[in-house]
Every structure is written in C-alpha cells, then in structure tokens.
Design a protein around this ligand. Sequence first.
Ligand code: UDP
Length: 254
Amino acid sequence: MTAKRKKLYEGKAKVIFAGTTDDTLIQYFKDDATAYNAQKHAVLHGKGVLNNAISCHIMTLLADAGIKHHLIRQISPREQLIRKCTIIPVEVVVRNIATGSMVARLGGAHIPIKSGTPLKTPMVEYYLKEDALNDPIITEDHIVEFALASREEITFMRLTALAINHFLRNIFHDINITLVDFKLEFGRANHPLPDDPPLILADEISPDNCRLWDKATGDSKDKDRFRQDLGNLVEAYQDIATRLGLTITEKHYD
Ligand code: UDP
C-alpha cells in the first residue's frame, strides 16, 4: 500500500509521505514503540492501527467542539490524509495530575510532590522538540526570543491546549479513564484557509502521547506500559479503542 508513496520523513512512530495534492500529506502509523529518546525500542504488532483509529476518532470529536486540526480523513488502517503544515518545534504538555518528568524534575524538599498527586489547576508546559538535547523544558520567553513562535501563537497554543484538555477529560471520564497528562503539537498551515486560526493542531492524540489511568484499577492504559516494562501495551490500547466504541480487533492489525 505504501510502495507507491514518496517518503518525505520518517520519525520514531510515524512516516510522512507526499499527499494526493500539493496541500496534503499522508501520515502513516508504524508499530514501533520508543522511549527515553529512542534508547529503548520495540515493534508491537497492532499499535499503529490502534493509534491511527484512536487519533482519528479523537480529532473528529475535537473538530465537532470547534478545534481546527490537520486531519482530513483516515484513508487506510495505518494512514490518514492530513493538511500540510510546518510544525512549531515546541511540544505542548498539559498536566492534570503530577507524574513522570515533572515529579522527577521538581519533587524534593521544596515541592514534596508524589506521582499521582492531582494538580489544583491544569498546567501547561513547553518542551523544545530536539532529540539531540533530550527535548529540554523551555519558557515562553525562550520561544519568543529564539523565534520558534510569536507571543500571540503561544497564547493560542496555551488556550487551545487547555480547551482540548477540557474536552478530552470529559471524553475519557465517560469511559472510566482519568486523563493524567498529554502532549500536543501545532503547525502553521502551508495553504491557510480563510477561517483558519493562527495555528492548527497536528501530530496525533493517542495512548502514545497521553497518560490514561483506569479509574477503577489505576492501571496505565498508555505508553507507560512500554516505558516501565509493564507488558500488554497493545491490549491496553485495544481496551481504549473498544471503550471509545471503535470496532477494531486483532484481525485488523495487519
Ligand atoms: N510526551 C510525549 N512525547 C514526548 C514527551 C512526553 O508524547 O517526547 C507525553 C507523555 O506521553 C505524557 C506527557 O507528554 O503523556 C508528559 O510526559 P513527561 O514530561 O512526564 O515525560 P516522560 O515522563 O514521559 O519522559
């Protein structure tokens, strides 16, 4: 299926191919899982199909809520047609519960925070998208000073990320899942439409870039299963897909 496509870029979990027109691209979801800046790697059969389906479903729900994104439509089990945009090299992380890198970085005498502590208010952080530097955390002033995005674009990313958090929390609450944190990427549309906002949501929203905890058991239903060697990652992603009402089963993984 991908043989005839022109590959433009290959990332850790996805490949970008030329699209069907000058203003589109094709985003292909691989089964590769990486963590700790790709020091850890595995191929987990079915992950790409599940992430493609989950991300398409969530992006579609977000569009209904007024969030503009790059997805045009899913075109195959592993592929989606997307609008061409230039990605801002800043990862926008929203946190509802402290865990992961935030606890590792800040937990101590002054901030005696333990993994699993709910935050009083959802929090937005920015990370430079630069594997060679291990994606360091950066501030708004860094982003403006080094011309990664304008002050207005940062405000747009922050407010949109918080609005997305509001919608996603409800979507996951309804399927008995706590949305702990997640990462977003935004881009500037290469062929802007008249009603486009300054930036559109890009990349993916899936268990690869969200932390999702089962409300009943506390189990991780996300990439922490791989990061922490908990096993059964594909089964956990499948559970999320099924709870979201998606009719994917093992027979669709190929
Ligand atoms: N995240 C991501 N890509 C990254 C770093 C983080 O998708 O390169 C997501 C991660 O899955 C989690 C959230 O962003 O949902 C916050 O991750 P954190 O900063 O705690 O980093 P980690 O502990 O995963 O290194």
